[in-house]
Ligand binder design. Structure first.
Ligand code: PMP
Length: 458
């Protein structure tokens, strides 16, 4: 049972002593004081089914006993040496993690957050290529450090700092649902509810149109047509689970390389089996990046992140001394190893595929009942449900209705995330240990919440 400070005390401290504008979910933010696998518990003893996993971070389950054990064992032996001496755990982990990658992606640099990982990838790409400009999508999220805030495209996550866009070019988002050319029939998802173009999978005209637009960016915006890198999430997370037309990323990677650049896959949300069909999201796009960044699910909630690249690209860091106080510390490495073990032992990638596909099918059924479900998309346990005012115009569902549905789900015991520039996409990215009954319950709750909101409108 909870025996901490009162709700009012916590709220006052949050208001008076924490960063202003700290992102909070729900009108009355929850006090969560305990968790177990896919469940969270609030201060009044209510239990919630967690469909957002601390923003796609809790990969194998809250307080998974095996991760807890690995961390406890390590904590009682050694916390820290700043890597100036050789601790066996970081070496063991480097071997285990790099073994998960294809090709020559065999060198890893451990850091502590996704922003840091993307900072490092930007640095490597610029040093390695000698070029300055970096491309990313207009709907991207890659972090909030001053360097990565330039990559992040949503104005909601950007402070008005001079120079953050220095060397960054945002290209048109190949968004098959809201984008101008469609392409939903060609995205890589077990459900195809929204056919917004006439093409057949495999020869996507919309994909070609978005690709041609990217080519124009090289001609118009890049000095000598040269580029240091292009960054892409394998499925956009914060942007609202946006999938690109199939084949787009592979062609984009070829184009970037032909113009002197590196392709960086941001796997912060899509890695570690979440997309179900592959361990890494980029594998679903049938190409191998030059640099891969990862965070969140890698540590199941422990601050741990990494950049994996080829030994040749990693060698650029040899131009100066490399130092990171906490990167790959013994506790983080012990956690990282246990997360890899659990994903394998409990077959969580397969579970993501099976439960995720079932989840998507249930949502597709729900969409048939409610006009305001404009789009159901995603794969594995990386799912988005876009709510709209009207299916024709695809205008985002008005915020009060969106918030009402989201809050009702919480009141009924299911926590969803929200995303997209207008916050009208429900994001479903739970710990990968959920089962079919959990998925069914979450969809039933969403149905009740929608019916409730519609009834109030009448
Ligand atoms: N990349 C992606 C795709 C992310 O979703 C996030 C975090 N939402 C980041 C990078 C930044 O990670 P962090 O918050 O750990 O800096």
């Amino acid at each position: 049972a909870y025996n901490g400070p009162s709700y009012e005390q916590i709220l006052a401290t949050r208001k008076n002593h924490l960063t202003p504008n700290l992102v909070s979910h729900f009108k009355k933010p929850l006090v969560i004081h305990a968790g177990h696998m896919q469940w969270l518990y609030d201060h009044e003893g209510r239990r919630y089914l967690d469909m957002f996993g601390g923003i796609v971070t809790v990969s194998v389950g809250h307080c998974h006993p095996k991760v807890n054990q690995a961390l406890t064992d390590q904590i009682s032996r050694l916390w820290h040496t700043t890597n100036i001496y050789m601790h066996p755990k970081i070496h063991e982990y480097a071997e285990r993690l790099t073994a998960k990658f294809p090709g020559n992606l065999k060198a890893v640099c451990f850091v502590n957050s996704g922003s840091e990982a993307n900072d490092m990838a930007m640095l490597m790409a610029r040093l390695h290529t000698g070029n300055q400009d970096i491309l990313t999508f207009r709907n991207a999220y890659h972090g909030m450090s001053p360097y990565t805030m330039g990559l992040t495209a949503h104005s909601t996550w950007r402070y008005p700092l001079p120079g953050i866009n220095n060397g960054i070019v945002h290209v048109m988002n190949p968004d098959p649902y809201q984008g101008i050319w469609g392409g939903a029939a060609c995205r890589d998802s077990p459900v195809q509810t929204t056919h917004s173009c006439n093409c057949t999978p495999g020869s996507c005209e919309a994909g070609n149109a978005y690709y041609n637009e990217l080519e124009q960016t090289f001609k118009y915006s890049l000095p000598r047509g040269k580029v240091a890198a292009m960054f892409a999430e394998s499925i956009q997370g914060v942007g609202g689970t946006v999938q690109y037309p199939k084949g787009y990323l592979k062609r984009a990677a070829d184009l970037v390389r032909a113009n002197g650049g590196l392709f960086v896959a941001d796997e912060v949300q899509t890695g570690f089996g979440r997309t179900g069909d592959h361990f890494w999201g980029f594998e679903g796009h049938d190409y191998t990046p030059d640099i891969v960044t990862m965070a969140k699910g890698i540590g199941n909630g422990f601050p741990l992140a990494a950049v994996v690249t080829t030994p040749e690209i990693a060698a650029t860091l040899g131009l100066a001394l490399h130092f990171n106080t906490y990167g790959g510390n013994p506790m983080a490495s012990a956690v990282g190893i246990s997360v890899l073990d659990i994903i394998e032992e409990e077959q969580l990638q397969r579970n993501s595929l099976e439960v995720g596909t079932y989840f998507l099918k249930c949502l597709e059924e729900l969409q048939k009942r409610y006009e305001l479900i404009g789009d159901v998309r995603g794969k594995g346990l990386m799912i988005g449900v876009e709510l709209v005012n009207d299916r024709e115009t695809r205008a985002p569902l008005a915020a009060p209705h969106m918030l009402d549905i989201w809050e009702t789900c919480k009141d009924l015991g299911v926590l969803f995330g929200r995303g997209g520039l207008h916050g009208n996409v429900l994001r479903i990215k739970p710990p990968m240990c959920i089962n079919r009954a959990d998925a069914k319950f979450a969809v039933d709750v969403l149905g009740c919440a929608i019916a409730n909101t519609l009834a109030k409108q009448k």
